[in-house]
Design a binder for this molecule. Structure first.
Ligand code: BGC
Length: 371
């Protein structure tokens, strides 16, 4: 089957990387899926800090030979048509495309499916680096970059991609934690944005005693949301972190604000054998004074680890799908609440505005029933 050639264009958001506030609604040509590719009808796209950085002109790279990039990497789509040679997928199937594609050199990591650990740095990322993303009504992608989604997850599956980031980060923490002697019991997550809340839910699901630190009051929607899952909420404005660190420190800390000075406070809250995973970045420059001897002594004498984590491999996508399904049973209605706003494509700018109580804003590319 081929795309409807009478309708050879579609609406998209485009940005010019490096140029601030260049995001705009445009009409772009629809592509034909080549061998091994599929054409997707995009349903929803989530907006995250990376998209906001791209819109601010400080991040992002257009496809080779182009000035503009179609952003959007957190997506949910249905298969519109299959290109030649595609097997094991069917038209109408719900899917989430994998964001990162292997580097052209096919380094050892990329060749073994760990593009998230690419050794050359020449990987491409849909909607971020060198490949158009999914803020377009129709998008052609490689069939081998798709993850199937059960129809029951349709309302929340746009959260799969951000959850993959957390799946990998927590896997990194688990691998770094000296599990042969003890299991981690306590966890702190700094930041109640989407990544922070997803990380807190995942750690809670794994049975840890979890605290989330943010700067909103304890009766704010985000704070209430995490508390519903049995997670302790700390308002850093009212009760500074340093006052609530358990005597033995935290076993696992996930830093999810990207605010680099917080890294050092988070590191100081680690217990023996503790692992701090960094998941966020923000552009800019912060100069702070750190007692590096104290940090060094506790890292060494307490076997602590600080690890950075980015992107995700296919097995993290599969874990994210399974965990979202588990959460629907465990905390009915809770994951739906993470999607705090859905905006139509022609009002996409609203999704780029950050309000302090919003968690995940989503742009609806194809309203329900329109596919
Ligand atoms: C995306 C990742 C990506 C990272 C760096 C994040 O927002 O979720 O898939 O690897 O940005 O570009």
């Amino acid at each position: 089957m081929t795309p409807d050639t009478n309708n050879a264009t579609c609406r998209a958001i485009v940005v010019t990387p490096g140029v601030a506030s260049s995001e705009r609604l445009a009409t772009v040509a629809r592509e034909m899926p080549k061998t091994g590719q599929v054409d997707l009808h995009v349903l929803e796209v989530g907006i995250c800090g990376t998209d906001i950085e791209i819109a601010s002109g400080s991040y992002g790279q257009p496809p080779l030979g182009h000035q503009d990039l179609v952003p959007g990497h957190e997506s949910l789509a249905i298969i519109d048509c299959l290109g030649p040679g595609v097997q094991g997928l069917s038209v109408g199937q719900l899917v989430v495309p994998i964001v990162r594609r292997p580097c052209p050199e096919l380094c050892a990591a990329c060749a073994s499916g760990r593009w998230d650990l690419c050794l050359t740095g020449n990987y491409q990322e849909h909607g971020i680096k060198g490949l158009d993303g999914f803020l377009r009504e129709f998008a052609v992608v490689d069939a081998n970059a798709l993850v199937s989604i059960p129809n029951t997850l349709r309302p929340v599956a746009v959260l799969v991609e951000p959850l993959t980031i957390v799946e990998k980060a927590i896997e990194e923490a688990e691998m770094a934690y000296p599990r042969r002697w003890a299991q981690p019991h306590t966890a702190l997550v700094t930041g109640a944005g989407p990544v922070g809340i997803l990380a807190a839910l995942l750690l809670r699901q794994r049975g840890l005693d979890v605290s989330v630190l943010d700067q909103r009051p304890a009766d704010s929607p985000k704070a209430q949301l995490v508390q519903r899952a049995g997670i302790q909420y700390i308002d850093d404005q009212k009760t500074p972190l340093e006052k609530v660190v358990p005597a033995a420190g935290f076993d696992v800390v996930v830093e999810a604000t990207g605010y680099s000075p917080l890294l050092f406070r988070a590191a100081r809250s680690l217990g023996r054998n503790g692992v701090l995973v960094l998941t966020g970045v923000t552009s800019g420059h912060h100069d702070i004074t750190v007692d590096s001897d104290v940090l060094n002594v506790s890292l060494v004498l307490e076997n602590q680890t600080i690890v950075g984590s980015v992107n995700a491999a296919r097995h993290h996508y599969l874990a994210a799908v399974a965990d979202l399904a588990d959460w629907s049973d465990r905390w009915p209605g809770l994951t739906e609440q993470l999607i705090t706003a859905r905006h139509p494509l022609d009002q996409f700018m609203d999704a780029y505005q950050k309000s302090p109580d919003a968690v995940k804003s989503v742009i609806v590319m194809a309203p329900r029933g329109a596919q």
